[in-house]
Design a protein around this ligand. Structure first.
Ligand code: SF4
Length: 115
């Protein structure tokens, strides 16, 4: 299989924004991510162009976005100390909203970099 090599690709996973990644791709899937750390490699190699999941799920089942938001709000409201976690590969505006939500809920924030 012939792979296309893309030099100086940028990884947006953790926020360090490493911009010297060398990707090997067949056009649909990335097979190798040279110079990426273990998190970056996992991110590059496990994402494809195809959508693998529906837009929203509740209890493992496909649901409308409205139903999923309502269930998430219920869970967050019932939680004693909600953890707002993740926020990788998200915009600064989305991260700002996450911090505001954690503040409003009396919760805490952590990013995936604590892995
Ligand atoms: S996940 Fe790794 S490769 Fe990607 S930006 Fe962060 S440190 Fe760089």
């Amino acid at each position: 299989m012939d792979l296309q090599v893309i030099d100086n690709a940028t990884c947006t996973f953790c926020g360090c924004v490493c911009d010297d990644i060398k990707l090997h791709t067949d056009g649909a899937r990335i097979h190798k991510a040279e110079k990426a750390c273990v998190l970056g490699k996992a991110w590059f190699l496990n994402h494809t162009a195809e959508a693998q999941y529906p837009a929203a799920m509740v209890d493992g089942n496909e649901a409308s976005l409205e139903a999923a938001i309502e269930r998430a709000a219920e869970l967050l409201h019932e939680a004693d100390l909600p953890l707002v976690y993740g926020m990788s590969n998200t915009t600064c505006e989305a991260q700002k909203e996450c911090v505001a939500m954690a503040d409003r809920l009396g919760g805490i924030v952590d990013s995936h970099t604590s892995l």
